[in-house]
Every structure is written in structure tokens, then in C-alpha cells.
Design a protein around this ligand. Structure first.
Ligand code: NI
Length: 184
């Protein structure tokens, strides 16, 4: 396993359309392993191959919720996926919220995405899977699939892109305002 270098906004590789994977070779499996390790190391919930300089249609996602305090993580709660050649088949509803990207470290912006997404992909075992995800998982699937077509979330942002410190400040401010409203 290895930690890979994550390309940052402005790098041309992030604007390219990626090629489908024709055969799942040991090299592809190694790449997926390294992508997971790189994603966990940097605290992301998704990573696409072009972000590590590989123009192939591969994404990894892990939106598994933290287990309740004192509880062991359960297999059935796992939202960890390696997707080869993912294709979004269906979308439903809408969600608008802050989103970030490991290729634009430390920044966030508001993006509207579908609330629910159905994606078809090839697994590392070569089988075809269909997955329907909601909320954060739906957002991650859309965000990562966009990377495979050379699209960064910054192209879809409503308003400005802000630093994560500014985002924390705004969340805190909104919370204070809410507390005040409740007092009145
Ligand atoms: Ni991203």
C-alpha cells in the first residue's frame, strides 16, 4: 500500500475525461487499495483516479457512519465501495449543501445534488452491481463520477467557495442565532 500524491485544482489532469477500465488487473486492484489508503489518510469520503493522476474510470467511496459510542462497526452498516466504470442510471430529488474536495484542500462550497442516486458499476470481482444511495452517499457518487468527466465541484458551486475555517465560523454563527431565537 502507498499514499498517493493528490493533484490540486489547476492541474490539467483534473480536467480530462477518463477512459473505461477494460480488465481488472492486479495493478488496478493495487491502485484501488492505494486510493483507499490515500483517502483515509487525508480524511476524505471519496476519491477518483484522476485525482491521483490516473485517467481511468475508478472511484472509491466510504460514507460509513461512525458506530454509536461503545459499539462495534457492523458489516451491514458499511458504505464502502470501489466502483469501476460507474454510470449514474437514475436520480431523484434534490439536496443543497456544502461540499469539499481533496483536490481543493481546505475549501468548501454549496452545491445542489440529487437526494437519491442509482449507480451501476463493476466491482473488483468483475461482477456488475446496482446501488442506490441517499444523502451523503448520493452526493459522493455524483461528485466522484463528475471527476471522471473532468468536472470539479467548483464549476457547480452556488455563490462563493470559502475556507473550512470560514465554514466553521458560519456554522457556529448560525447555531448562536438559533439559540437566541429559541430564547426569545
Ligand atoms: Ni473531489
Amino acid at each position: 500500500m502507498a499514499i498517493l500524491n493528490i493533484r490540486q485544482l489547476g492541474d490539467e489532469v483534473l480536467t480530462k475525461k477518463c477512459k473505461p477500465v477494460r480488465l481488472i488487473t492486479p495493478r488496478i486492484i493495487q491502485l484501488v487499495d492505494d486510493m483507499f489508503e490515500t483517502m483515509y489518510e487525508t480524511g476524505g469520503v471519496g476519491l477518483a483516479a484522476p485525482q491521483v493522476g490516473i485517467l481511468k474510470r475508478i472511484v472509491v467511496i466510504d460514507c460509513t457512519p461512525e458506530p454509536e459510542p461503545g459499539e462495534e462497526p457492523k458489516e451491514e452498516d458499511s458504505l464502502r465501495f470501489a466502483m469501476i466504470n460507474p454510470v449514474i442510471k437514475e436520480t431523484e430529488g434534490e439536496q443543497t449543501g456544502y461540499e469539499g474536495c481533496l483536490s481543493y484542500a481546505g475549501m468548501s462550497g454549496v452545491v445542489t445534488r440529487p437526494e437519491k442516486v442509482t449507480v451501476e458499476f463493476t466491482g473488483l470481482d468483475g461482477d456488475i452491481y446496482t446501488l442506490t444511495g441517499e444523502g451523503l452517499l448520493a452526493r459522493a457518487i455524483c461528485h466522484e463520477c463528475d471527476h471522471l468527466d473532468g468536472i470539479m465541484y467548483t464549476q457547480k458551486v452556488i455563490g462563493e467557495v470559502i475556507t473550512n475555517e470560514e465554514l466553521d465560523r458560519r456554522i457556529e454563527e448560525a447555531r448562536t442565532r438559533q439559540d437566541k431565537d429559541q430564547e426569545q
